[in-house]
Design a protein around this ligand. Structure first.
Ligand SMILES: Cc1cc2nc3c(=O)[nH]c(=O)nc-3n(C[C@H](O)[C@H](O)[C@H](O)COP(=O)(O)OP(=O)(O)OC[C@H]3O[C@@H](n4cnc5c(N)ncnc54)[C@H](O)[C@@H]3O)c2cc1C
Length: 526
């Protein structure tokens, strides 16, 4: 990614100089924020001079560097949990996709909220930058440092605090791994309201920080609804205790919502309370094939009408995904070859009622020729096998080459058009162009691979993909967040006034900008 040194004349109050890679939307935006906090009309064209920098980030901001005295302090408060061995810090410097690498020399592993508070109070006073990290499965380069930020890992904050068997409300520390929470709840006849392919590593704090969507959003809604309370440590070390366990609470502003999806830029989430649904008594998974995307959409409509309240997921993958699953993971296609595949899950409380409804739906779908082939699973092992066809596409892609990933929200009837148009646009410049995702949520995962990192290919993809999305009033990040990679494209999906207000909130909660710098907000706000 190119990085640009930008001198922006905004208003009579300010002349900002920032190292920024501005999106084309900046040039069109009628409003920009000035340092006085006002929005000002900008009629001037911005003057942009190219300047190179590593990691596609602005130049390192003037944070302090870690000294021996700093390490001595950390070792005093975190004995044995202040990691400086380069071999041990290495894996926390590299993201899951292996596309972003920081150069941090310090990994801190607190166990309690008080320890997180002590760390942040100290870092704030010393002007040391901090990178909060959960399971490090994030896909937008937000979870690893860009330069030498201290990595604050929540991995040892993995205690379940309370579970109320009547209300289904769970409170736990932020570092609990999602799958462990699921297993704990299943023993008690409950489930987590979210599920995703990275469940074995991602942590609930990371899920909340990214507002992860996943495979159950269609049924249980987003974390903005299911998270009931949060405990957060602010940049200066203050502990914000909003760890309510109430379903209804309209006393003033709902501050926890600010931290859901804030990607570690506003505070470190240390504990979460979340409303969990009862474990369904019957679960069925169907894997179907369709000849066209139009037929897939008709199947979705039919499915919503006929399965109603028992529909819990409606996912899709295209034949290119199937090819990658076959080639790289040796997963055989459970049905005959088709251009599109659907994974439908039902979950309910009455096995007979659910299977009757499912049978009626399948009969109708086959009779109307929307689907051409399919298989049904009711046993746990077969359900898992069918789900892995959808869940392991991300993994299969990593074996195909360097992957350019896009996570787009669109009106549901448009979601596959972007894949088709991108294929046509790129011709044979890409190795694979694949589409899969959460049809039920209007969320496309568009992935493009090449044998190696390819700046020319990237230049062909971007801003094409963002302009295409903006032309449909879509979102350039449906569920993965913006992190390092997408931060400067925010203007394609949010008006300048909203972005400027986000900058004000960041400045209020983290005036020195020590929390996850270079992430989420565009460079012209830093
Ligand atoms: C195979 C695979 C499948 C995936 N499927 C989905 C999917 O279906 N839906 C989806 O939404 N995402 C998906 N993801 C992306 C990723 O798993 C999610 O974003 C997940 O929520 C990240 O959690 P984590 O604990 O790994 O966080 P990390 O990757 O460690 O961090 C992600 C961001 O959150 C911040 N953060 C982490 N913990 C905290 C904390 N305690 N306090 C404050 N900030 C924090 C980090 O600074 C970073 O900005 C998938 C990833 C993989 C690898």
């Amino acid at each position: 990614m190119a990085v640009w040194e930008t001198r922006v004349h905004l208003c009579p109050h300010s002349t900002l100089t920032c190292a920024a890679r501005l999106s084309p939307a900046d040039f069109h935006s009628p409003f920009l924020a000035c340092s006085s906090g006002q929005f000002v009309a900008s009629t001037r064209k911005l003057h942009v001079e190219p300047k190179s920098s590593p990691a596609g980030a602005p130049e390192r901001l003037p944070f302090s560097k870690v000294t021996d005295e700093d390490l001595a302090y950390f070792r005093k408060i975190l004995p044995g949990r202040t990691i400086t061995d380069p071999d041990l810090v290495e894996s926390s410097n590299v993201d899951w996709l292996k596309t972003v690498k920081g150069s941090s020399e310090v990994l801190l592993r607190p166990q309690t909220t008080e320890e997180v508070s002590q760390i942040l109070r100290y870092c704030y006073n010393r002007n040391l930058a901090v990178n909060p990290q959960g399971g490090n499965t994030g896909l937008v380069g937000g979870s690893v440092p860009v330069y030498d930020e201290i990595i604050l890992s929540t991995s040892l904050m993995n205690n379940i605090l309370t579970f109320d068997n009547i209300s289904g409300i769970l409170t736990c520390q932020a570092g609990c791994v999602l799958e462990n929470l699921s297993l704990y709840l299943e023993e008690r006849d409950y489930i987590m309201p979210l599920d995703l392919g990275a469940k074995g590593s991602c942590q609930i704090g990371g899920n909340v920080a990214t507002n992860a969507g996943g495979l159950r959003l269609l049924r249980y809604g987003s974390l903005h609804g299911t998270v009931l309370g949060l405990e957060v440590v602010l940049a200066d070390g203050r502990v914000l205790d909003c760890l309510a366990t109430l379903r209804k609470d309209n006393t003033g502003y709902d501050l926890k919502q600010l931290f859901i999806g804030s990607e570690g830029t506003l505070g470190v989430i240390t504990a979460v309370s979340i409303l969990c649904p009862r474990k369904p008594k019957s679960t069925n998974v169907v894997f179907l094939g369709c000849e066209t995307f139009e037929e897939l959409l008709k199947t979705f409509q039919l499915c919503r009408g006929m399965l109603g309240e028992i529909l819990s997921a409606f996912e899709f993958l295209d034949s290119e995904c199937m090819r990658l699953l076959n080639t790289h993971l040796k997963l055989p296609n459970p049905i005959s070859d088709c251009p599109f595949y659907i994974v439908i899950e039902t979950s309910g409380s009455d096995p007979d009622h659910d299977s009757q409804k499912l049978d009626n739906f399948l009969e109708e779908a086959i009779a109307s020729t929307f689907v051409t082939d399919g298989t049904v699973a009711t046993e746990e092992s077969k359900i898992k096998a069918l789900w892995s066809m959808r869940e392991r596409v991300t993994e299969a892609l990593t074996h195909d080459g360097f992957t350019y990933k896009y996570d787009i929200s669109l009106p549901v009837e448009r979601i596959y058009q972007l894949v088709t148009d991108m294929r046509q646009h790129l011709g044979d410049r890409a190795k694979s162009v694949v589409g899969y995702g959460h049809v039920g949520d209007g969320n496309l995962h568009l992935n493009i691979t090449s044998p190696a990192k390819d700046p020319a290919l990237l230049a062909a993809i971007e801003p094409f993909v963002y302009e295409w999305t903006a032309s449909c009033q879509g979102s350039i990040s449906a569920e993965h967040g913006l992190g390092l990679k997408k931060r400067n494209y925010i203007y394609y999906s949010k008006p300048s006034q909203a972005v400027a207000l986000m900058g004000n909130i960041k400045a209020m909660l983290d005036p020195k900008g020590i929390l996850n710098p270079y992430k989420t907000l565009p460079d012209n706000l830093k």
